[in-house]
Design a protein around this ligand. Structure first.
Ligand code: ZN
Length: 89
């Protein structure tokens, strides 16, 4: 089975996703950096986010909001800005 060094849970040999779970560049990044377990966790969280925020997919801004939550959940602060320094008071 393919493994991945997951940036979310930190396991060096976590089970990899068998296919890209999301379209585009972000999906490719998720497949490379996120394990199947963390992705499944997000799927559960996604349902909660959709219900809580009452997202409606006829509205393109809802998809945007959901993607932002997904990035935050998986990369704790968004893929390409993951290197931002810890903001200490
Ligand atoms: Zn993981």
């Amino acid at each position: 089975m393919a493994t991945v060094h997951c940036v979310r849970c930190g396991r060096p040999e976590a089970p990899a996703l068998t296919r890209q779970p999301y379209p585009g560049k972000l999906g490719a990044e998720i497949r490379e950096k996120i394990c199947a377990d963390c992705w499944n966790e997000w799927l559960r969280m996604e349902t909660m986010v959709i219900n809580e925020l009452r997202l409606n997919f006829m509205d393109p801004s809802s998809q945007e909001i959901l993607t932002r939550h997904m990035r935050e959940f998986l990369f704790s602060g968004g893929g390409e800005i993951e290197k931002n320094p810890d903001p200490r008071p």
